[in-house]
Design a binder for this molecule. Structure first.
Ligand code: GLU
Length: 445
């Protein structure tokens, strides 16, 4: 089996040269699949793995727009429609200067398994652009979003492909994107995008969902060892949507969160993070983490080293891919970390994950631990389809149950495959099985 999976991986590398993070994401899944392919020869006969690693459709397009100075700008747009065995393609849009085909394919690939774990009937996709919203005026962001949607609209739809936010895409961008979709199609098709404003089709809890869900997943992992968040010292990286609401939920559960970060450095606040101030600085003022430090005497800005130098018992990487490497994992373990849950997509390098597992830490991989965001997007689609808006508590209860079910399914699958406590194995196999069975039923397509 190892030989077969190695040859599939070689094929991925040859066919997609230079796409390092995509290779990494594929490798991480293939690494778990040996035992499930042994048990299910029918998956191999139907070439499930070979079909899974090939996106169903990839769209790359030009996005021209005019900046406030009247200059023409050109960006590149992407939408990778990876797998629709379980439902319409679903996944966010990332606007960040680093965006390239490899990043969008890695995110789309992860999304297939993440979405399968939610059991909500959503396929996997992802998109975005190398556009950098930072420092742009609202009018520039609007013109960019309108141009982006002028191409994207022909590829998406409530039953086809449903984008949402990711890094650089929040409520403001979704609003402009939806407006242009509506104008182009002459349809108020609420379920075509998620993360909408609460006054026009959005779901309560969607804003909080990814961060809250990550903490709920970590809480379930901790419960297997009779532990809880109360009294824990938590380090968080990032200062965006996922980080802010992970901090809020961890503190609601009695933990002290002592750090967050952005590309300008990291902040240590021994008194515990003031999440309202952080939200004000990052979400309302669109400022930097240093603006928080200017207003909070107990906080200190550190511009060298790594946020993972901050001693903690629970680490929640909520920034971006490969932000926590082997050296950082070693420091965290030496400092007594017990639990790591990935709020971002693939923030820990493979070597870091291996160290955490060797040290018998509880490790929750992103495709399980951060599935709360997309799960609540699916709840938003459900509300749009029935023209309802559920109260906050009802929606949060549903999110809590979904996260618990994902945790339990990952834990049970890891046990079934002889490696209890290995949530990476559990998540990969449980997600893969659900997609593979649907693909078998639907024939060779
Ligand atoms: N971008 C988020 C993720 O990585 C959410 C996607 C969605 O809501 O569709 O899962």
């Amino acid at each position: 089996m190892e030989h077969y999976l190695d040859s599939v991986f070689d094929h991925v590398r040859t066919l997609n040269p230079g796409e390092d993070v995509f290779h990494q994401a594929v490798h991480e899944v293939l690494d778990s699949l040996g035992p499930v392919l042994e048990r299910h020869p029918e998956y191999r006969e139907a070439r499930i793995v070979e079909r899974l690693i090939e996106p169903e459709r990839q769209v790359i397009f030009r996005v021209p727009w005019v900046d406030d100075a009247g200059e023409v700008q050109v960006n590149r747009g992407y939408r990778i429609e990876f797998n629709s065995a379980l439902g319409p393609y679903k996944g966010g849009l990332r606007f960040h200067p680093s965006v390239n085909i490899s990043i969008i394919k890695f995110l789309g690939f992860e999304q297939i398994f993440k979405n399968a774990l939610t059991r909500q009937g959503i396929g996997g996709g992802k998109g975005g652009s190398n556009f950098d919203p930072r420092g742009k005026s609202d009018a520039e962001v609007m013109r960019f979003c309108q141009s982006f949607m002028t191409e994207l609209y022909r590829h998406i739809g409530e039953y086809t492909d449903v984008p949402a936010g990711d890094i650089g895409v929040g409520g403001r961008e979704i609003g402009y994107l939806f407006g242009q979709y509506k104008r182009l199609t002459n349809r108020y098709e609420a379920g075509v995008l998620t993360g909408k404003g609460l006054g026009w089709g959005g779901s309560l809890v969607r804003t909080e969902a990814t961060g809250y869900g990550t903490v709920l997943f970590a809480e379930s992992m901790m419960a297997t060892r009779g532990e809880a968040f109360d009294g824990q010292r938590v380090a968080v990286s990032g200062a965006g949507n996922v980080a802010i609401y992970a901090i809020e939920k961890a503190q609601q559960l009695g933990a002290t969160v002592v750090s967050f970060s952005d590309s300008s450095g990291y902040v240590v606040d021994e008194d515990g993070v003031d999440v309202d101030l952080l939200r004000q600085v990052k979400e309302i003022e669109r400022g930097r983490v240093s603006d928080y430090v200017d207003r909070k005497p107990s906080a200190e800005l550190v511009t060298d080293g790594s946020v993972w130098d901050v001693p903690c018992t629970v680490a929640l990487p909520c920034a971006t891919q490969n932000e926590l490497d082997e050296a950082a994992a070693k420091t965290l373990i030496d400092n007594g970390v017990k639990v790591i849950a990935e709020g971002a997509n693939m923030p820990c390098t493979p070597a870091a994950v291996e160290l955490f597992q060797e040290a018998e830490c509880l490790f929750g991989p992103g495709k399980a631990a951060n599935a709360g965001g997309v799960a609540t997007s699916a709840l938003e689609m459900e509300q749009n389809a029935s023209r309802e808006q559920w109260p906050f508590e009802r929606t949060e209860d549903k999110l809590t149950l979904i996260m618990k079910n994902i945790h339990d399914e990952c834990a049970e699958t890891a046990e079934e495959y002889g490696d209890p406590g290995n949530y990476v194995l559990g998540a990969n196999i449980a997600g893969f099985r659900r997609v593979a069975n649907a693909m078998l039923d639907q024939g060779i397509i």
